[in-house]
Design a protein around this ligand. Structure first.
Ligand code: SF4
Ligand code: SF4
Length: 253
């Protein structure tokens, strides 16, 4: 837990450099009761500085959020901060990690659950509020920097290791044909939701495995669900620069 002296130091730093904090929550694997109390105390201490709470969509987290009878911590976070869910990228160093990848059908069920119960989660914006999204792919892991207690900073997410091992390009950050493969597979350029689509983590989508268990794309099915249940109207009609959204999206990779 942060004592007063150290928390003041962090707040001074944030004030001086106009920095906001991102914290992550894991409803399943991270905290015992005592650790959860410390986490919540820290969150309260830094409440005014926290920009968002990010949660990784492991299969276990998804199931816990849907099925748990006690959602008090998640409800508290949702009520007080923007909450966002990032794609889960398994570490190449831990073989069992791939078991944490949710199936696409599981992700679709989760998206529907969020739309019905927690629609203000930031990763749901694009699906139900075409006026309130940037047309850009979202991933808090690619947009934040982690600083360890010793001052070091880990070099990006596991997606970089996947690209490096698979040699998708001359440098680990080159996506090679991954994006094109995805767009062709789901025929994105013909999709009525193209301009609104937040897309996926293309690195995760490229990973082989039995998590790819749907013919149709998760995002399209989520848009269809919102259209059917809430009357979503795609932004594409009348849009004069159809390439804008996509340029914003690929800029993130
Ligand atoms: S590869 Fe990029 S988009 Fe995918 S999880 Fe990592 S940072 Fe996010
Ligand atoms: S909804 Fe699916 S098919 Fe449509 S643009 Fe998005 S990813 Fe492509």
């Amino acid at each position: 837990m942060f004592d007063k002296k150290n928390s003041d130091k962090v707040m001074d730093f944030c004030n001086k450099h106009d920095v906001k904090l991102s914290t992550s929550y894991d409803p399943r694997g991270r905290f015992n009761k005592g650790q959860l109390e410390i986490f919540l105390e820290n969150v309260e201490t830094f409440k005014d500085y926290i920009r968002n709470v990010s949660i990784v969509t492991t299969s276990q987290n998804v199931q816990t959020i849907i099925k748990s009878n006690d959602k008090s911590t998640f409800d508290y976070l949702y009520k007080n901060f923007p909450v966002d869910f990032d794609a889960y990228m398994p570490s190449p160093l831990i073989k069992t990690d791939s078991k944490l990848i949710p199936k696409d059908s599981e992700l679709l069920a989760f998206n529907k659950y969020l739309i019905d119960n927690y629609p203000e989660c930031e990763n749901m914006d694009a699906f139900h509020d075409p006026l309130n999204q940037t047309g850009a792919m979202m991933c808090t892991r690619g947009n934040s920097i982690t600083i360890q207690p010793d001052g070091s900073s880990p070099g990006g997410c596991c997606g970089v290791a996947y690209q490096r091992d698979k040699k998708t390009g001359e440098t680990p950050f080159e996506t090679g044909d991954m994006v094109e493969k995805f767009l062709k597979k789901y025929n994105c350029f013909e999709c009525e939701y193209y301009e609104n689509c937040p897309f996926t983590c293309f690195v995760k989508a490229d990973m082989p495995g039995d998590h790819n268990d749907m013919e149709e794309c998760v995002f399209k099915e989520t848009f269809n669900y919102v259209k059917k249940t809430k009357g979503f109207k795609p932004k594409r009609d009348g849009e004069d620069d159809l390439s804008y959204g996509f340029r914003q999206k690929v800029k993130m990779l």
